[in-house]
Design a protein around this ligand. Structure first.
Ligand code: HEC
Length: 207
């Protein structure tokens, strides 16, 4: 649950979300309590920080600034910035390689910085195509990239997001996964960093 990104939501935007949620019809669907694996269940305890001040409306004076806000609250970083010990890896903002495993297969997220190993070749039209259709020219994006959730964003918003992505520091990081969906569940993505689960060092103390 990427609450670290959502804490940037302005008080006004957050209040609008609350109003919308209250308009939904109640659904009875009791769910089992979720479990968080070791060591993450201890590591994440230090992550939540209290918000002690109001969050003002964002600076939307330029498309890139508006885009920065949209990227924060759309939680792009949650999937596109690799983490170590539940914190973003320094210098790896939006460089991809986060392993996402589930019914969609085993995928590494893409590098979306303006580097040759990222999306420097994108223009606005290609970005809008990717975000609205899930296709990058003839290549289909895996469903775990939630383009359907972003497809209804206006042209102005998507162009603002793209304007912001273009201002990112280019990071050289090749994050490749098999492009064929049938291969995605069996092949290992080649990434420059290891997946986040490191086996506990179980060293016994001899007394
Ligand atoms: C739930 C995880 C998730 C979130 C959230 C997410 N992405 Fe992605 N994204 C992925 C994955 C995984 C891929 C790689 C898909 C593939 O290669 O088939 C991807 C691919 C992409 C691509 C295609 C890059 C290429 O290879 O050409 C773009 C562009 C992109 N994401 C932009 C964004 C933006 C902008 C946001 C926020 C508005 C975002 N993503 C949020 C998981 C995510």
């Amino acid at each position: 649950m990427p609450y670290i990104d959502f804490r940037h939501l302005s008080d006004e935007d957050l209040a609008s979300i609350v109003v919308y949620l209250r308009s939904l019809l109640p659904v009875k669907n009791p769910l089992a309590a979720s479990q968080i694996d070791f060591p993450d269940k201890y590591l994440i305890r230090s992550v939540p920080q209290p918000l002690e001040e109001p969050v003002d409306p964002p600076d939307t004076s330029t498309p890139a600034k508006r885009g920065e806000y949209l990227v924060e609250v759309a939680a792009c970083e949650a999937c596109h910035t690799p983490q170590a010990r539940s914190h973003a890896m320094p210098g790896m903002d939006f460089a991809g390689g986060v392993i996402l495993e589930g019914p969609w297969g085993r995928m590494a997220s893409a590098n979306i910085t303006p580097d040759a190993s990222g999306i420097v070749y994108y223009d606005e039209a290609l970005f809008i195509q990717a975000m609205r259709t899930g296709w990058v020219r003839a290549r289909r994006l895996n469903q775990i990239m939630p383009w359907k959730a972003f497809a209804a964003m206006t042209d102005e918003d998507l162009n603002a997001v793209f304007a912001y992505l273009k201002t990112l520091k280019p990071v050289r990081h090749r994050s490749t996964t098999p492009r064929h969906p049938l291969l995605a569940s069996s092949a290992k993505p080649r990434t420059a960093w290891a997946p986040k689960t490191v086996p506990p060092t179980n060293q016994k103390r001899h007394s």
